[in-house]
Design a protein around this ligand. Structure first.
Ligand code: UD1
Length: 347
């Protein structure tokens, strides 16, 4: 019998790519999602999961469930025996989090606490958590390693990631037989090579590459580049973009780590290479063959000049390393965007 993994928020961008990798690695994912961001497909499934089923050719267990619904969560844990949990569910828009901090803390923190309580009650002691490089705040040095001070970020979304890390660390201290891997993502982009699943932000994209892709496909007129007076190669912000499929494979490596009874571990998932906004625009123009119009506007509040990972620890301890380069990321993003100009919805 293949091992069951609970995937919270599994219909989302990163979650759905991880579900696919879990199936390919021989696990049985059980996906829950509350449809806050996901589009409904046929047969009561999110469209992303319906498409993952198509790609892998097997049925995927799915239940519509909100982590704040304690009774249903308990039922779920009674129904299945999970080896581990991969926790992606949560609100994630930085700007919105500044407007509605209570909502962000309620969903992200309370949702996680309910999940951890259910795990404890049902003796599920392994968790992989979807954290973010945002916990490092403004880098004191680069590249960022896992020992860099954390908690310096200024918005409720980022703080919720930091708080959840702390909560999970404390649980692991109190429960010595628990294992946790906290994965600090840099900037995930791209899509599965099939072009069938990818990132589908609702409304105007907050993040750079979904916006760039929508300009390339003609859905938006012009990219606003947030500042060109940073102390970087060309004045625009530098980030560590990582292919979402590499990121998903990092989660499989994290699962294997849990099986070693690793206790609480933290790893960066990045490539170690920084790219500027304008370098990303060029790379996407090359991949798509389209001109991407842009204009320079004011800096976005809360943005740092540069942020990129030291990915060595994950390489040494997880045996994981990003394999895809920038051209591949942009080609795969373009395949997804050009074949699905309106994302998962039909119009
Ligand atoms: C953002 C979030 C971060 C979150 C991450 C993943 C902020 C301040 N940070 O990171 O907390 O974990 O997304 O969701 O929102 N840019 C433009 N024009 C745009 C969009 C972005 O020039 O329309 C620039 C930004 O200034 C930055 C780079 O592109 O230099 C990347 O931005 P983005 O994709 O939003 O990622 P982060 O800011 O790194």
């Amino acid at each position: 019998m293949s091992e069951k993994i609970l995937v919270t928020g599994g219909a989302g961008y990163i979650g759905s790519h991880c579900v696919l990798e879990l199936v390919e690695a021989g696990y049985t994912p059980v996906v829950i999602d509350n449809f806050h961001n996901a589009i409904r497909g046929g047969k009561a499934l999110p469209e992303s999961i319906r498409r993952v089923q198509e790609i892998v050719g097997t049925e995927i267990l799915f239940q519509e469930l909100d982590l704040l619904d304690e009774a249903s969560l308990q039922e779920l844990f009674k129904k299945h025996r999970f080896l581990a949990v991969m926790h992606f569910a949560g609100l994630k828009a930085v700007g919105e989090s500044v407007q509605m901090p209570l909502q962000y803390y309620k969903v992200n923190l309370t949702g996680t606490i309910r999940l951890l309580e259910a795990m404890k009650a049902h003796e599920v002691k392994n968790i992989v958590f979807s954290s973010s490089a945002t916990v490092y705040g403004d880098p004191a040095y680069l590249p960022l390693d896992e020992n860099h001070p954390v908690g310096g970020c200024t918005n409720p979304y980022g703080k919720s990631k930091y708080f959840i890390e702390e909560i999970i660390r404390d649980v692991c201290k109190a429960e010595p037989d628990w294992n946790a891997v906290l994965l600090r993502y840099f900037n995930p982009i791209g899509a599965h090579k099939s072009g069938r699943i990818g990132e589908d932000p609702q409304g105007i994209p907050n993040n750079l590459m979904p916006y760039v892709a929508q300009v390339a496909v003609g859905r938006r007129e012009c990219l606003n580049v947030f500042g060109n007076d940073y102390n970087t190669v060309d004045g625009t912000g530098v980030r560590d973009y990582i292919h979402v499929v590499d990121l998903a494979k990092g989660h499989i490596a994290a699962l294997e780590k849990l099986k070693e009874n690793c206790g609480c571990k933290i790893y960066n998932l990045g490539t170690g290479t920084g790219c500027s906004v304008l370098q990303m625009v060029k790379a996407m123009e090359k991949a798509s063959g389209k001109e991407i119009k842009y204009k320079i506007v004011a800096r976005r509040e809360g943005d740092v000049a540069s942020c990129y990972a030291n990915p060595r620890l994950a390489e040494q301890e997880l045996g994981w390393k990003a394999a895809f380069g920038l051209d591949q990321m942009c080609e795969d993003l373009w395949r997804w965007q050009s074949q699905n100009p309106t994302g998962f919805s039909k119009n």
